[in-house]
Design a protein around this ligand. Structure first.
Ligand SMILES: Nc1ncnc2c1ncn2[C@@H]1O[C@H](COP(=O)(O)OP(=O)(O)OP(=O)(O)O)[C@@H](O)[C@H]1O
Length: 274
């Protein structure tokens, strides 16, 4: 369980996130929606502690992670893995090394400094690439890949961090519709197959409705909607997006491939709104 308790972030006189309270059960797929500047990125970055809150607390499984420092903070950042719009890979390094970077927080300092990866780490990284059908790209430079391939590498890197949470900040904003589906399906698969909680900032309401089992709507730094996708009526969308509502609701998105989840999963694991 992730508990966000009165979380606030002030930049000078600007309140980016204002007194946000959320309880998120393990295994949820949450879409954070709202117009540009609503505070979605700041909320995710505070959970991962890339941004320090100016008020409130973040608790994960009863433990307060708001004040962690040093190695404890590094390990928390590994458990709460971020996925970024711009992938954040090291372009000149090969794909496998980029994925191995996800193991750094766990490695003894001497190994991290010399980047001498263990055989186990390499096997784990390759297996993560296989999960997303890109093991054949392991030796290629990251900057030679398409956007969709790069984002799958970033997801593989997040997976070798042994995450409990995936925090995806507009992960498909730079992708075309086909790659959007590939990447969203990869996140859905991680969520359903491994029970990893996903919090995903999304601009498109259609995508949010298709993939998420709960939507948190933000406006002006506050949570103004929290419910299942079917509760997100056009009227609520208008409140969230104003004149942009039509634009964010009309996007054509191919159906989610929830059926890709392994057969061993209980039927209830599939989002009921598909
Ligand atoms: N480092 C910063 N310094 C000052 N103001 C900031 C900083 N980061 C964010 N803000 C402001 O805080 C508010 C919330 O920004 P945030 O990026 O969290 O919104 P968002 O909903 O993620 O928007 P977008 O979809 O455009 O990324 C905005 O008004 C933004 O300008």
């Amino acid at each position: 369980m992730l508990v966000i308790d009165g979380l606030t972030c002030q930049f000078g006189s600007k309140t980016a996130v204002s007194d946000v309270n959320l309880e998120i059960g393990q295994g949820a797929f949450i879409g954070v929606i709202g117009r540009s500047g609503a505070g979605k990125s700041t909320l995710l970055r505070m959970i991962n502690r890339l941004q320090d809150p100016t008020g409130g607390r973040i608790l994960f499984e009863g433990r307060d992670v708001t004040g962690l420092r040093g190695q404890d903070l590094r390990l928390w950042r590994a458990r709460a893995a971020m996925i970024f719009q711009q992938f954040n890979l090291v372009g000149r390094l090969d794909v496998l090394t980029n994925v191995l970077m996800g193991r750094l927080a766990e490695m003894p300092a001497w190994r991290a400094l010399t980047k001498s990866w263990s055989a186990d780490d390499k096997a784990m990284a390759l297996s993560a690439l296989e999960q997303f059908d890109i093991a054949n790209l392991a030796a290629q430079r990251a900057d030679s890949l398409s956007g969709g391939q790069q984002q799958r590498v970033a997801i593989a890197r997040a997976m070798v961090q042994a995450p409990r949470l995936i925090l995806a900040d507009e992960p498909i904003a730079s992708l075309d519709p086909r790659n959007t589906k590939v990447v969203m399906d990869a996140l859905l698969r991680i969520n359903k197959h491994f029970g990893i909680t996903v919090l995903c900032n999304l601009h498109s309401l259609e995508l949010a409705r298709t993939y998420c089992d709960r939507l948190v709507g933000m406006a002006g730094g506050k949570v103004v909607f929290d419910g299942v996708p079917s509760q997100l009526t056009p009227a609520v969308a208008h409140d969230l997006y104003g004149l942009e509502a039509g634009e964010v609701m009309d996007l054509e998105i191919p159906a989610a491939s929830g059926a890709h989840a392994p057969a061993a999963l209980p039927a209830t694991a599939a989002p009921s709104h598909h």
